[in-house]
Design a protein around this ligand. Structure first.
Ligand code: KG4
Ligand code: ZN
Length: 357
């Protein structure tokens, strides 16, 4: 066979996902189970519930994937599994499953950094999606989800410079916590986005912490906790009736602040690094207002904006499989795949190491 294929397993947070992916990016199949209903009553992910559900769904999902694609164990070259960063109990389920299957089928196991998966998601291909023919590194990537908010310079596949990150909450967390204040379901970002469509972005004034507008110059770090606290103070002062009546306007104004913060960082990174390709990835990149404003910004600056389809933006095993296949191709099969709640020290370089960049 002229390509390498991996079975990929992703269980770093609350989504259980498995996929068959080739090193050219082709996704043979991906099967996922989300746990939104299980975590919804708590307004956020409960780690114990997440890991317990992974143990129940992981093997049936792999069975379904095999049946759906008709791919046999003999057609697989390796198993790739997310082993960092994430919830320890959740990561453990994926890693133990990968190790057990690898030993039964005599396959190498590759540990993958979840964030590297998000960064390379635009390279995935299937019957409905392919990146533009010209798409390649270098590019700027904004990885925004419930657990992370970072901006990277992807110099090449395997070489990443972290330019900035959140100093408190993640962008998705800022959406989810705000939704919880309003009594909206989990995951909140989806419902805030929906409500915001009916509201006015200028009805309420929310802060844009750490941005140029707030006097922070070219900082590429993000902060959302001041915004969240401002929303809490405002909502606390409202009666239930006032809050319900203002719900759409609150959502529109709050969402606008998050979108403005994200775009202000992208604009600063573009000014400093000048890459003509920009990728949005992670669950928050599904946000309709962000997509609208980012595409207007990109058009104005002559930038190619690439936003993978939502199925590859939210947590999924296909992106993990692509990273695993690149590592397999490069002979980078790691021996230690023990789960780790944080990234390894050498996964990402700091921007200060970039010399002339
Ligand atoms: O990447 P993801 O599926 O999982 C994590 O790694 O966290 O991202 C989930 C996050 C949640 O915080 C959710 O509220 C947010 O993505 N999200 C959205 C939208 N869809 C999902 N946030 C804003 N607007 C959306 N349309
Ligand atoms: Zn993620």
């Amino acid at each position: 066979m002229s390509f390498l294929r991996v079975l990929a397993i992703e269980t770093s947070c609350d989504d259980t996902s498995v996929a068959f992916v080739r090193d050219d990016g082709w996704v043979d199949g991906v099967v996922s189970a989300n746990q939104d209903l299980a975590h919804s009553p708590f307004g956020g992910v409960v780690p114990e519930i997440a890991s317990r559900n992974h143990t129940l769904t992981i093997l049936p999902l792999i069975e379904t994937l095999i049946q759906k694609t008709g791919i046999k164990w003999a057609d697989i070259n390796s198993i790739a599994v997310t082993n960092r960063p994430g919830l320890m109990g959740s990561l453990m389920v994926g890693v133990v499953t990968a190790q057990t299957l690898a030993s039964a089928h005599k396959l190498p196991v590759i540990g993958v950094n979840h964030l590297e998966g998000h960064l390379l998601a635009p390279f995935l291909k299937d019957a409905e999606y392919a990146p533009p023919e010209t798409f390649e590194a270098p590019y700027l990537a904004l990885a925004i989800s419930g657990g992370h908010t970072q901006i990277y310079d992807v110099a090449e596949v395997g070489e990443y410079f972290i330019l900035g990150k959140t100093i408190d909450d993640a962008a998705g967390e800022a959406f989810d916590k705000f939704a919880k204040m309003l009594g909206l379901p989990f995951p909140g970002g989806v419902f805030v986005d929906r409500e915001a469509k009916k509201g006015n972005t200028k009805s309420f004034e929310f802060p844009r912490p750490l941005t140029r507008q707030a006097g922070y110059g070219d900082s590429l770090d993000f902060s959302f906790s001041g915004l969240k606290t401002a929303a809490l103070r405002l909502i606390e002062k409202m009666s239930l009736e006032e809050r319900v009546a203002a719900q759409a306007d609150l959502c529109a104004s709050y969402q606008e602040a998050i979108v403005d913060i994200l775009l202000s960082k992208l604009d600063t990174a573009y000014k400093l690094y000048g890459h003509k390709r920009v990728v949005l990835t992670g669950g928050v990149s599904a946000n309709s207002r962000l997509r609208e404003k980012a595409s207007g910004w990109a058009k104005k600056k002559g930038i190619d904006l690439i936003v993978p389809p939502i199925r590859y933006c939210t947590d999924n095993a296909a992106m993990i499989g692509f990273v695993g296949a690149q590592k397999l191709k490069a002979g980078l099969v790691n021996k230690n795949i023990a789960p780790s709640p944080s990234s390894f020290a050498d996964d990402f370089k700091s921007a200060d190491n970039q010399g002339g960049r």
